[in-house]
Ligand binder design. Sequence first.
Ligand SMILES: [Zn+2]
Length: 329
Amino acid sequence: MFRVQVLGCSSAVPAFGRHPSAQYVQHHERGFLVDCGEGTQMQMLRYGVRFKRLEAIFITHLHGDHVFGLPGLLNTLSLNNRQEELHVFGPPGLRMLLEDVFKHSQGALRYPLKITEIGSPDHSVIYETPFLAVEALPLNHKVACIGFLFREKPKRPQFLALKAQEMLVPKAYFRLLKLGNAVTLPDGRVIEPAVLQGPTPPQYSFAYCSDTAYRPALAERLQNVSLLYHEATFLETELARAIETAHSTAAQAAALARDAGAGRLLMGHFSARYKTLDGHLAEARAVFPQSWLAFEGQVYTIGPGTAEEAGFVDRKPIFNPKHHETEAE
Ligand SMILES: [Zn+2]
């Protein structure tokens, strides 16, 4: 099971009920956080994300709306008596930022915190589990910024257990056959593993690209990505502003998804200047029909099934006009 839960999808400041950037990614039983804007731990509590499952945190860049929630979360994990090591990845400066916060707040974490700063993201694998590899992607922002690509490792072909039973292969030989070995049965028959192999399950992937100016070259590296999360801070009417601030428009995010042959596009990091996001959806779908707006709390699964089954449904965002107190974008 590969799933993504959006915890925050606002850019710069909280607005209209939208929180700063954070997403919880789960693969099998392992949990990962990507970005950690202010209030992320509150959003985790709100949406029932299990703190204990967190295995690594990936920070794209050090702008406040992507990292100001991190010291608080790390502190809470310590107060919750976490013992297991936690691995945090991010751009250069992350170590000093965290060390300074904990030095001046006199907080000592009770668990080992391993910080890895990624100087020049070059698509190399920075983290892996038995089933998943995480690659760092170069993004193009005002400060050093990294995207992350979660890619399932190659899977074994399905084992046709029913067929094996029909062929009267004793169960004791199943494991060897599943691992791709030929076996000689007590009756002298030699069974080749290919005889009992079904289709190979697809490898799913998830890319997280925020914040960045439109970077068409990424399409090549993101070929056939199952789900692309890409920032869509602005609409094309604000293209000049997008270029100036090194952000993307909804149409640009969709163009990248189209050129990468992505399964679906999930857009987020919406500017506080937009009360509603209908414009983003229309603009993106004109370029790439499988474009969707991120909704906080929503769980998106990556795998087989229809868009609706995977959590992609059009619905009106929670709109709270009182949550708009700023001119920032
Ligand atoms: Zn930024």
